[in-house]
Design a protein around this ligand. Structure first.
Ligand SMILES: *Cc1c(COP(=O)(O)O)cnc(C)c1O
Length: 379
């Protein structure tokens, strides 16, 4: 049902619920690691990383390094790289420029992929919804197709971190949302896709989702072997304990099922639309404000920034002294909550709209009043 809502197609034989997008990134890198190593082993009898372990399998396969190529990867991608034995230092940025660090450069990507001949193999991780800005690494099907071709050519694994960005795919096809729809299209060309349900689907923590093409790659990594007492009866549905991290686990699919049944595509669309409209209204206010600056600074200010706004708005106060205190002051209002981050080496504030409760007019008024009060108090 989720694959249908997100229009991913139905060719995802490996799929499971996770604890969140962190868990999904971990599964994605584990699958990528398995695939890029196993495909270079001379015989399938060797059984891959799950059986041999990373060191032995890489030695046999003539691999000296596995790198993860991304743009502004989420912190959990680094964590996952550490857990699956690739190391945080294996995560490398391949951006088009310093001004658009979230956007993937195909040239830089291919230059890194070419290192295959030196025994350096790659997993590509597309950030579909970068956590500071909400922006996408790719801009449409054409770019994703090119990345797919490069990954096939250099036998790299293609993973998408779509924690919240995946849900741009259920926006209605109207001019208002066309830019976002373009940016989120083509993601279905990946080998694996991760998303969060406890963000845009509004289910309780913890709940994420993971899709991959192959039915067996997950079990080659996550099978829980030699536990006769846990063997389930014959079923076409693989037991979750053989395709994910946990053995004992909650019924995470249930709240997701309830939300999808209760709201349907129309209800989900309506909910996402309201959240995007609030984020955009806030972005428009910030763009025209005397005291605040919408980030990232656009080469040509205006409609583009608004069209690209999804549910995250990044900004700072123009006055450095106010900016230093901004996150603290906003949160001390106890009316709204922002997280602090850094942009261009300076503090920045980040509004993430993520709730079914959004009422655009009411909430815009509240956001404006909190931000205006802070400027007035500082004057
Ligand atoms: C939130 C987020 C994650 C981590 O998700 P958890 O739900 O905290 O595990 C990973 N990637 C992106 C892009 C995110 O926004």
């Amino acid at each position: 049902m989720l694959a249908e809502l997100l229009e991913l197609g139905d060719d995802w034989k490996g799929r499971t619920f996770t604890t969140g997008a962190t868990g999904s990134n971990l599964l994605g890198l584990a699958c990528g690691r398995e695939a890029v190593v196993t495909s270079r082993l001379s015989s399938t009898e060797d059984n891959g990383v799950g059986e041999l372990g990373l060191l032995k399998a890489c030695l046999k396969a003539g691999i000296r390094e596995i790198q993860v190529l991304t743009t502004m990867g989420h912190s959990s991608l680094f964590k996952s790289a550490s857990v699956v034995g690739l190391g945080r230092a294996s995560v490398k940025d391949v951006p088009v420029s310093q001004d658009e660090p979230w956007k993937m450069s195909l040239t830089a990507l291919e230059n890194e992929l070419k290192r295959e001949k030196e025994g350096v193999v790659s997993i590509v991780a597309v950030s579909a919804g970068e956590v500071n800005t909400g922006k996408f690494a790719t801009d449409g099907v054409a770019t994703m197709k090119k990345i797919r071709v490069l990954c096939d050519k250099y036998r790299a694994w293609l993973h998408v971190d779509g924690a919240f960005g995946l849900f741009a795919r259920c926006l209605p096809e109207t001019p208002e949302f066309q830019t976002l729809i373009n940016h989120a299209s083509g993601l279905e060309l990946a080998d694996s896709i991760g998303g969060d349900c406890h963000k845009m689907l509004n289910v309780p923590y913890d709940c994420g989702v993971f899709f991959t093409r192959s039915a067996t790659i997950l079990s080659s990594i996550f099978q829980n072997p030699n536990a006769a007492y846990l063997v389930a009866g014959p079923s076409s549905i693989p037991s979750p304990l053989n395709i994910g991290l946990e053995n004992s686990r909650r019924f995470r699919a249930l709240p997701v099922y309830a939300v999808l049944m209760a709201y349907g595509r129309k209800g989900m669309q309506e909910m996402v639309v309201r959240q995007v409209r609030l984020a955009r209204a806030v972005a428009e206010y910030l763009e025209s404000s005397e005291g605040y600056q919408l980030l990232p600074i656009q080469a040509s200010p205006g409609t583009k920034a608004i069209d690209e706004t999804f549910i995250i708005v990044l900004f700072r106060a123009k006055n450095d002294a106010i900016n230093e205190q901004l996150v603290k002051k906003i949160n001390a209002s106890r009316k709204m909550y922002v997280s602090g981050t850094k942009w261009d080496g300076k503090p920045a504030s980040r509004i993430a709209v993520s709730t079914w409760k959004v009422d655009v007019e009411r909430d815009l008024k509240l956001v404006k009043s909190v931000l205006e009060d802070i400027l007035r108090d500082a004057a």
